[in-house]
Design a protein around this ligand. Sequence first.
Ligand SMILES: [Zn+2]
Length: 599
Amino acid sequence: MVRSLLSAAVALACVSPVMAQTPRTSAPISDVRYEITADSASVGRHQLGASMTFHVNSTAPVVLAIPAWSPGHYVLVWFARRMSQFAAEQDGAPLAWKKLDYQTWEITPRSAGTVRVSFKYLADAVDRAVAWTASNFAFFNGTNVFLYPVGRGFNWPAQVTIRTEPSWRIATGMDPAPGTNNFQASNYHDLTDHPFYVGRFAFDSTQVANKWIRLAFYPAASLTPARRDRTFDQIRKIFTAHIAVFGEAPFRNYTLFQRSDTVVNGGGLEHQASQVDEVLTSQLDAGYLPGLYSHEAFHAWNVKRLRPADMVPYRYDDAQPTTWLWVSEGVTDYYGELGTIRGGVTDSLAFFNGIGGFIASTAGAPGIAVSDAALSPWISPTDGSGGLYYPKGALIGFLLDIMIRDGSNNRSSLDHVMRTLYNNTYKRGRGFTSADWWGEVGRAAGGKSFTEFARRYVDGREPLPVDSVMRLAGMQSRSDTLREPRLGISTATDSSGLTVTGVSAGGAASAAGIRAGDRLISLGDVAITNDDAFDTFRQKYNGTALTTLPVVVRRGTETLTLQLPVRLFTRVVTVVASIPGASEKAVRIRNGIMRGTTQ
Ligand SMILES: [Zn+2]
């Protein structure tokens, strides 16, 4: 293993005897088996027990590493941070081992035979890429706990056994293997791309296009019968729309893992046959959920299979930047919207609002190139461009879709581009290049060149030609600047109402004397019963001339009325609408986008 920053040129420039002596390639290993212990004793300590056994045919050193990140979550989190009690043994006697760096171990076998390596994994992170436990539950990603031999490639099979309580349940997309609680994968990429739920949680399944779609919800009570029926209905519609784009569902089954809590970050992480979503308990019925499910589901094709050549194959030891996250995430965001409207989960107003959101977020961000923004999640930029490749990439996807449909008289679309690239790159075992992407976009648009478009708007910093392109689809946008009151608090919601969990120093709430722990009763004359009440509050007092508003809070047994200074902040809201009397062709394009049809 060579750290990515040590390019060949740098390594040559500073030849180091230490580096030269360090063996970075493992001796070959075979018959790889993992065992993960998630029983009530281990999860009670917020720990997973992990072991790996394998066969060696000599005493040559075995070099094992644990990933630094999980694909889809483009941040180095260094899973080795959470490991402890590392040990190696052969035939019951300890083996010598040493660390080569913070995530790599070298083990020296005594003879040919079976070696066992074990460690404990701290599973207490509230993060969908990292393991987490509760008193009756464990969640983990394979990247957290599955060591791999360095320099041996990733195309070797492995088996996984889960040790747990007899009455606990296991959910994973990984293929089952003979025996109890055994699973198998034919290569390391698949092995680490099937998260596990172990313990007590709600589980249900339905069929869509001859595939089993499963729900695994924690805690179990979060999957009420009404929520189950509604979620299945949404998922069925969304998958039907996505499958129509690619012509196939490339998984044997698909699992929607969802954990709800009062402290989670909110959001999802995609996998090849599943998604792991985290939802605030107060938002279990929120209107944004189908869009989240749709986005993560579309990733089962776009990024888990069809992806930029920069990320094929994945490396796990270090960052793997690409300028193409605007396609992997942004275009997926666009299809997140398309999946819900084409499936009939949402209507055209919701679709227009979604496009309006992309326009407003792009307009409100620094004018940097989307391909530059795509490189930066690894460094968490502070210039306001973090995540810009989502809305700006989505907007570019939308504009390309219109231009392709316009250029081909609506005989082709972005769907054709996605499907052709899926067939011509992923199915042929490679990632797509710039030439693949722009070549396919140009062909779909009837032979139009997109060189200038890419130069100016994707790799360049010019404002996107939103109005002129949207007109080709009989659509227009209007942006309004709102002056909204802002409180400067964070809250958590439960059945008894909203509690203030944090107060920003210097914010309006702080000046009013609101404290963490207060229960919010009303703001001005808006009763605060759930998160939606904040929208009502902002709308009601948009541009208000008032300088203070009464705030009623419950503090312990007291009910207090405090005076909130009104502080207005600017927010851009973009409204997208149809152009009345648009041409027949523009209407065909607009309908084609929303219905997933051509002609
Ligand atoms: Zn995504």
